[in-house]
Design a protein around this ligand. Structure first.
Ligand code: HEM
Length: 412
């Protein structure tokens, strides 16, 4: 009966073939490791965010007068409202933690190299959308930090020469940040950006399945196939890969629930304490800091303290910050190495990748604390080392001595 119903559908829509191609029979390299779990977990977090977001939406009020109070209402009066809100705030941090791990995996194993350039670029778009989602969502509770973060970030557009001020007014929809601004950020956060994110993630997975997964050795698993044309060094996603993914989901949810139930503000990192105060446009908080996942870029913004060629320091900082996010997209064309994985790349690649990680963390710290002259110098130094990883890559990846790459994947 079931087979009959299924074949009725399959004759009209390739359901079984699609499920087999993109899910159950997808050939996953046998040497995938723990770094390959983040992609699946990102999809889990996306679902958590969509569900908790829709629930929050049922009681949230997107007006300057009512937003802050509606969050208090959700926290205190709505049944399990506190849980839904903490789920959403924890989910936001988890999303970024996972996306950084996911991107770093790609950088380690050269997953952006041919033929996965487009897959990488599409992935980068998801990151960009996530940054916008994070920012627009952060403003919605209309607390002190929401308001002033919006003020700082939006004013950056005002620093653009010639038309900055007009652009800023157009973006805000008002001459200062107001309920109108809140309302449009709300529209972006709940409709346009999630929709775009879902579409781009869908295309990301399609692109992945077109070229196939890379692996920690960075070798082409399609080179050696069995008599049925199945690559020898792969296994079907179901059941061999999904068991790992589901196990990872279990472990991840334990951590997630721990934060959600016992440590929801994450020491001020998941929810900033200043945001427990309602927005007040007459009182600037002592230190305006963004969420932890933007702090490396915030440190870059503040690192530029001098005007140059008639351009203001603020505008130059904005450019450097934007470049810090944008430069990832150029990686496939900056890397000239004949080898994909860091396992077989030369000593310079290893050095610069380590330097990148150190720079990212130090900048992350510097962006989360108040700036002092010495911290500004440190931020300038680590901004340079951050960019050195990317900008010197065409040289060091081309001329360094790499180790021989095996023909087939290795298993430890
Ligand atoms: C919400 C955002 C994202 C989701 C849901 C997502 C999902 C996935 C999934 C499920 C996989 C296959 C499993 C795995 O290899 O981990 C994957 C692979 C991949 N993703 Fe993403 N991804 C996202 C963002 C990104 C970003 C920001 C980048 C890079 C800038 C990226 C680059 C890649 C690459 C290169 C692969 C193939 C890796 C390999 O085979 O070694 N993804 N992604």
């Amino acid at each position: 009966m079931v087979t009959k119903i299924m074949s009725w559908f399959d004759e009209r829509l390739p359901i079984t073939a699609t499920i087999e191609r993109h899910l159950t029979k997808y050939p996953a390299p046998i040497n995938m490791n723990i770094w390959y779990l983040a992609g699946f977990l990102l999809i889990v977090v996306l679902v958590i965010q969509l569900i908790s977001g829709i629930w929050l939406l049922m009681s949230y009020e997107p007006t300057a007068e009512g937003a802050f109070a509606s969050i208090q209402y959700i926290m205190r009066d709505v049944e399990y409202g506190w849980m839904i809100r903490y789920m959403h705030t924890t989910g936001a941090s988890a999303f970024f933690a996972l996306i950084y791990l996911h991107m770093f995996r790609g950088m380690m194993y050269g997953s952006y190299q041919k033929p996965r350039e487009l897959l990488w670029v599409i992935g980068w778009f998801t990151y960009l959308l996530l940054c916008m989602l994070g920012f627009t969502g952060y403003v919605l509770p209309w607390g002190q930090m929401s308001f002033w973060a919006a003020q700082v970030i939006m004013s950056l557009f005002g620093s653009i020469p010639f038309f900055g001020e007009e652009l800023l007014t157009w973006i805000r929809g008002d001459y200062l940040i107001s309920g109108i601004t809140l309302n449009r950020l709300f529209a972006l956060h709940v409709v346009l950006l999630p929709l775009a994110l879902i579409v781009v993630i869908f295309v990301h997975i399609l692109a992945l399945h077109e070229v196939g997964s890379n692996n920690p050795d960075g070798v082409d698993v399609k080179k050696f196939k069995d008599e049925d044309g199945v690559p020898l060094d792969t296994k079907p996603f179901f059941p061999y890969d999904i068991v790992h993914d589901l196990y990872a989901v279990g472990v991840f949810l334990i951590f997630f629930c721990f934060i959600m139930f016992f440590y929801p503000d994450g020491g001020g990192y998941v929810i900033e304490y200043v945001n427990y105060e309602a927005a007040d446009n007459l009182k600037t908080p002592e230190h305006i800091v963004p969420s932890w996942y933007y702090t490396p870029y915030y440190a870059m913004l503040r690192a530029i303290t001098f005007p140059l060629f008639g351009l203001s320091a603020k505008f130059l900082g904005f450019v450097v910050m934007a470049a810090g996010i944008a430069i990832f997209v150029a990686l496939p064309w900056l890397d000239r190495s004949p080898v994909k994985s860091i396992r077989y790349k030369g000593v310079y690649s290893k050095f610069f990748l380590t330097l990148f990680v150190i720079s990212f963390f130090v900048l992350g710290y510097l962006g989360s604390v108040a700036s002092t002259p010495i911290r500004t110098i440190l931020a300038q130094f680590f901004t340079c080392t951050y960019f050195a990883y990317f900008l010197l890559m065409p040289i060091y990846s081309k001329y360094e001595k790499c180790n021989p790459v095996p023909d087939r994947v290795t298993l430890s």
